[in-house]
Design a protein around this ligand. Structure first.
Ligand code: ATP
Ligand code: MG
Length: 244
């Protein structure tokens, strides 16, 4: 379980997260939605310890995310960055196996087997390991980034905009993969997106980030039926933009 307790994160004196609290339950898929620039990525990066809030506390499985704990807790978490962030000069296999080589110090043959296993789990052909990131389509890049995250058997995966920039059909296949990993590997999944359709399609719960706080948290159907002002505004601007 992740407990975020009253965190405040400022940049240049401006509060992006303002006394924000949220609890993430084990095994769930929770999506955090909100307008562009509202602080979704800042919240995810805070949960993984890449950004340090000025105030408040974060607990992962009851352990506070501070000091040395950060490095231990990070091992439980896979992070899929908004930009897929594979290293261009390494092939896909080397990218996916990087952590096993440098963090776990594993022999090459075992790394190779684990990379193949991770590629299978994200439904990529093992041959893809020889390709370079620049040769992959957007959807394949996302899958490779997910493979790199799951190779360390994380308990949590944090996805920052996993479907943004992908066409609707590829987006749906990535959503199915996220659901599969959550159900089969029991990975608690925290997703950040501004894609309403995607949020509604895959989440157990949806949270709305607005004005530095979580202004709504509930089931997908609660979300669709909510008369919360932020949600009504978000839903209508989304439908205007997408024409759905
Ligand atoms: N390292 C940083 N230094 C200064 N300001 C930052 C930093 N990271 C984020 N910000 C600011 O914090 C605010 C929230 O940024 P964030 O990236 O979390 O938005 P977001 O909700 O993820 O947006 P998007 O949907 O466009 O990805 C923005 O105003 C951004 O400029
Ligand atoms: Mg972002």
């Amino acid at each position: 379980m992740v407990i975020v307790e009253n965190i405040t994160k400022e940049f240049n004196g401006r509060k992006v997260l303002d006394n924000l609290s949220i609890e993430i339950r084990d095994g769930e898929i929770i999506t955090i939605i909100g307008k562009s620039g509202i602080g979704k990525s800042v919240l995810l990066k805070s949960i993984v310890g890449l950004l340090r809030p000025e105030k408040g506390r974060i607990f992962i499985d009851d352990i506070p995310l501070v000091g040395e704990n950060i490095y231990l807790l990070r091992r439980k978490i896979g992070f899929i960055f908004q930009k897929s962030a594979l290293i261009e000069s390494l092939n896909v296999g080397e990218n996916i196996g990087l952590a096993l080589k440098y963090i776990r110090n594993m022999p090459a043959e075992e790394i190779r087997n684990r990379v193949i296993d991770a590629l299978r789990k994200v439904e990529l052909d093992p041959k893809v390991m020889e390709l370079f990131p620049s040769n992959l389509s957007g959807g394949m890049l996302k899958r490779a980034a997910i493979a790199r995250a799951i190779i360390l058997n994380p308990q949590y995966i944090l996805y920052d905009e996993p479907t943004t920039g992908l066409d609707p059909i590829v987006s749906r296949t990535i959503e199915e993969l996220i659901i599969n990993l959550n159900r089969k590997m029991k990975i608690t999944s925290i997703i950040v997106t501004h894609d309403l359709n995607s949020a509604v399609g895959i989440s157990d719960r949806i949270a709305m980030l607005s004005g530095g706080k979580i202004t709504f948290l509930g089931s997908t159907s609660d979300f669709m039926n909510s008369s919360n002002r932020d949600i009504i505004e978000f839903r209508s601007s989304y439908y205007l933009k997408t024409g759905e």
